[in-house]
Design a protein around this ligand. Structure first.
Ligand code: DP6
Length: 326
């Protein structure tokens, strides 16, 4: 049995990006070409336990399934960084569970690597700062850097391993927003974001998207701080559309949208025109994250369930920081 001093459990929420991360200047270090802003998703979480032990290899279980190959390698790479920092060699058993369904259009890698960074560093006896945890999580999955701090979070692109990390720009209680995730059945399995980032530079539109990022970040940050929903709605839709324009014009092209995805765009714009505070944003998949003021979430959920091609709607408020069990 592993010594309890070498065991720790951590929880982290996934997040939805308002200003997207798409493309790296350094693929290995996951240094992004532009900064990004997101909101943590309350109520949805990954719980991860790490136990350093006397085994000869690292092991990984996700939702009761044993994971080997690339998935395990990606986790071992983070454990290696932790071992190097702590000056230890012990292998680890990693057990992880998500309370949200796989394939529900919520990126699990952000919550997974944030929880792993926190649980592994604590189990190794390290007391890392929020900044150090964000950097460690980033090495596993870029968007995981943003699941370490609380509430509304900005990941500054930085230029090297030490200055590319995320911090909170407003706590969860600052603004009652909700994310109603309309799950759209995709006909094909989407190309994963790691492969997608590597293609971003092949689109002629990527340079323009990156050059304009400081403007979008500024507008988004201000809209959050001033709780200006209309400004937030316009900038997150523009940012999502720009990222998808890059995806669609990459070589080979990536087309994530399904018919229902586009149908929801039209409805959301129509609803907003009629005075309902809603806006859409889409990650590397077909599902649409419909952001609204918290008081309208039941109405928005109901409307989304009526759209043909929507199989499920998940609703989340604004989440807090990654945390350990005790
Ligand atoms: C479209 O963080 O999933 O969701 O670093 O390769 O794990 P890796 O990529 P990931 O990319 C997220 C892409 C996105 C936009 C975003 O969350 O900012």
């Amino acid at each position: 049995m592993p010594n309890s001093a070498h065991t720790a459990t951590a929880f982290a929420n996934p997040n939805i990006a308002f200003i997207k991360y798409w493309g790296n200047r350094d693929e290995a270090l996951r240094l992004p070409v532009n900064g990004s802003i997101s909101m943590n998703l309350d109520g949805l979480f990954t719980k991860t336990s790490v136990s350093f032990n006397s085994s000869n290899y690292d092991s990984l279980t996700i939702n009761n399934s044993t994971i080997k190959g690339k998935g395990l390698e990606r986790v071992s790479a983070i454990l290696d960084l932790v071992r190097a920092k702590a000056g230890m060699q012990a292998k680890a058993q990693v057990i992880s569970e998500n309370n949200f369904p796989a394939g529900a259009g919520i990126a699990s890698s952000a919550a997974a690597f944030a929880a792993l960074a926190l649980a592994a560093s604590k189990a190794a006896g390290l007391a890392l700062s929020e900044r150090e945890l964000s950097i460690l999580a980033r090495r596993g999955s870029g968007s995981a850097a943003r699941s370490i701090p609380a509430g509304f979070v900005e990941w500054q692109a930085g230029t090297n391993d030490e200055d590319s990390y995320a911090y909170s720009i407003a706590p969860a209680e600052h603004w009652d927003l909700a994310d109603c995730v309309a799950v759209v059945n995709a006909a094909h399995k989407a190309v994963g974001s790691t492969e997608g980032h590597a293609l971003a530079g092949t689109s002629l539109l990527q340079n323009a998207r990156v050059a304009d990022a400081p403007r979008r970040l500024e507008i988004c940050r201000k809209a959050i701080l001033q709780k200006d929903f209309e400004a937030l709605a316009n900038i997150i839709e523009q940012d999502s559309d720009m990222m998808h324009a890059v995806m669609m014009t990459s070589r080979p092209p990536l087309m994530y949208w399904q018919s229902a995805t586009v149908e929801i765009f039209h409805r959301v714009r129509q609803w907003r025109g009629q005075g309902l505070p809603v806006a859409y944003t889409v990650d590397a998949g077909a599902n649409v994250h419909v952001i609204c003021l918290g008081e309208y979430k039941a109405d928005v959920e109901k409307r989304l369930r009526e759209v043909e091609g929507v199989s499920e709607v998940l609703v989340a408020g604004v989440g807090g920081a990654a945390r350990t069990e005790d």
